[in-house]
Design a protein around this ligand. Structure first.
Ligand SMILES: Nc1ncnc2c1ncn2[C@@H]1O[C@H](COP(=O)(O)OP(=O)(O)OP(=O)(O)O)[C@@H](O)[C@H]1O
Length: 317
């Protein structure tokens, strides 16, 4: 099977603003690929190019085995796109939107009704089917958008920031939808600004920064790129803290918080040696936290941003 997407050297400028400065992408069929980047990084531009909506200034790409430049019709037939440039018409009902899509795909009236009903049901929109799309919540609208895309039974789906602006429950619903699509053999190319989303959903992740792919790999591979693993010991007794700080010379001190940060890969061996040392010195730490690098570390290391708080720490008391 050809890769779902393979692109080399994609370039795009708007006026004198260089948005994509030669990016390579390779997405195996049946996988989830996340293009990760902050606002304005060029994610939407990449999606628009790969889905034939915008022409690249340079580079080549094949989508589902078809050349993007010379076989754009075949590319269009193989893909579905949903995202910031949503296809949902707010003035008509969810069902009417679906039937319009069915018409566009030349389904018979009967087939169109059946497909529409099936998809509306699948995306939990059956109850709202007869209401105008303008009354839908953000989550419902995204679900309708995806349902409309699926009318054409695409093998590759582009989801441009599928969860931006959604509440946590709708985000998780959307993640479930992506997993279902992939279980059905669809390839998903998604863009996101959320590290947890890429971590959770994607087989491979590319970080877009300054118009280039700053790094690409599995979440695990990316996390191994950056240092940042450490063990943090927290004390409530200032004397115990001082005693530990004097002995553990490699530790970074935070005198105010009475905490020590020791570089560590978080392995059992290293944890044991820290605990052994504490025991031998008769020092009692009140809290021990193991921090392994997460995608935040990767992202900020690659894009030069400042650190952010880490919700993924595991605390042992
Ligand atoms: N049609 C256009 N004309 C001029 N500039 C554009 C056009 N489309 C995008 N840009 C610019 O290109 C840059 C990348 O935009 P793009 O929408 O691809 O970013 P993005 O990563 O998808 O960000 P966002 O999350 O905000 O959508 C931005 O600076 C944007 O202002």
């Amino acid at each position: 099977m050809p890769p779902a997407i393979s692109a080399t050297g994609l370039r795009k400028s708007y006026g004198d603003k260089l948005v994509l400065d030669g990016i390579d992408l390779h997405v195996p069929a049946g996988s989830v690929f996340a293009l990760l980047g902050p606002n304005g990084a060029g994610k939407t531009t990449a999606v628009k190019i790969l889905s034939t909506l915008v022409t690249a200034d340079g580079g080549q790409a094949r989508i589902a085995g078809h050349d993007l430049a010379t076989e754009s019709q075949a590319v269009r037939a193989a893909i579905g796109v949903t995202g910031q440039f949503s296809a949902v018409d707010n003035l008509i009902t969810g069902e009417e939107n679906m039937l319009l899509m069915a018409d566009l795909h030349h389904l018979s009236r009967r087939e169109g009704r059946r497909t529409a009903a099936e998809l509306l049901e699948r995306f939990d929109l059956a109850d709202a089917a007869k209401k105008p799309a303008s009354t839908y919540s953000g989550g419902m609208r995204r679900r309708l958008d995806i349902a409309m895309t699926l009318v054409g039974d695409p093998r590759i789906i582009f989801l441009d920031e599928p969860t931006t602006g959604l509440d946590p429950r709708s985000r998780h619903t959307m993640w479930g939808i992506v997993r279902e699509l992939v279980a059905g053999g669809v390839t998903v190319f998604l863009t996101t600004q959320y590290l947890d989303e890429a971590d959770d959903l994607a087989d491979r992740i590319a970080v877009l920064h300054d118009g280039r792919i700053a790094a690409e790999g599995t979440a695990g591979e990316l996390k191994r790129l950056v240092p940042g693993g450490h063990v943090r010991l927290r004390f409530t007794d200032p004397a115990a803290y001082r005693c530990a700080a004097l002995a553990l010379r490699e530790a970074a001190r935070d005198d105010e918080a009475l905490s020590l940060r020791i570089p560590s890969d978080g392995s059992q061996r290293e944890l044991r040696s820290i605990l052994d040392w504490l025991d031998a010195a008769g020092v009692q730490a009140d809290e021990l936290t193991v921090h392994t690098p997460d995608l935040d570390d990767v992202f900020f290391a690659l894009t030069g941003g400042a650190g952010v708080p880490h919700p993924s720490e595991e605390t042992v008391r």
